[in-house]
Design a protein around this ligand. Sequence first.
Ligand code: ZN
Ligand code: ZN
Length: 357
Amino acid sequence: MSAATEQKRPQAAPGVPDRLPTTMRASVLLAENTVEVQERPVPEAGPGEVLVRVGSVGVCGSDVHYFRHLRAGEFVVESPLVLGHEMGGTVVAVGAGVDASRIGERVAVDPQRPCHHCSQCLAGRYNLCPHMRFYATPPVDGAFAEYVTAPAEFAFPVADGLSDDAAALLEPLSVGIAAMRKARVVPGQRVLIAGAGPIGIITAQVARAFGAREVIVTDLVGPRRERALGFGATHAVDPRETDVTQLQVDAFIDASGAAPAITSGIRSVRGGGTAVLVGLGNPELSLPVSYIQDNEILLTGIFRYTDTWPLAAHLVASGQVDVDSLVTGRYDLGHAGDALDSDTDPNSLKSVVEPWH
Ligand SMILES: [Zn+2]
Ligand SMILES: [Zn+2]
């Protein structure tokens, strides 16, 4: 190792150990429904990278999918994989070219590693970079581990008052921000959101922060509708009882992935309004094409996010969005499997893994 690439260590930064260990614990996906804690080398921050001591990692639907089926969409797990891509923690070392004063900084990580050079990256759409590497997406390991490396520019500093859980949950919050930007929501508008899971509830809060006057959330499950009212929804309705196609909202966001919710949600949008498909469900479904044409509905999807972490951190720090209260379960690394199974409990909303507990 040359001096130029050697990662820098602090003299003494608060909360940072004097010496880094050489090995760490990581929860590794080995087979369907099987994760195991293994000792692995502590990764080294390369040029332009920071080494993060992981404080909290959110469990996401894609992690659960990999855990149960060893695949998510086009991506297939072919060798042992560390899951987890929603992370917050503390910088404990920096690689060459990174300001050593960042050691000790608490950060939230945008889990994307775009190339920064292709036409999509240069156009500002780095979420669509064809060369993207993403945590916990084969073959890139994720954050169910004591340490991870991250590009310095994608490890965003967070305010002292922000918890590690909140730092981790800036990732699903980023999905809500990306959805709301695509929905083009401005103050005074009315928004319909289908699905009161974590993304639906976060998106409802973002809609309010963006100035929406009315945020109507639909869900088939009563307690989930109830909960939405505590997280940004002004109305929570049962789509079997209320005909949402009469709502004439300015924007519809699907966070359910359910075909009936998507088709009725598109029909709920007023002429010239927007429908954004966020939820993952059937890869194909039939659409109300005439309605979309006759009413010039703008229909789009979102894929991850660009440039959302600073706003996400601000929305939480300023109290406009509450992500801490979404956490319904905490697990140590040895119980990452239980965390990945926690969605079988109807009361569970968001589980986090805390590698140091
Ligand atoms: Zn996620
Ligand atoms: Zn690129």
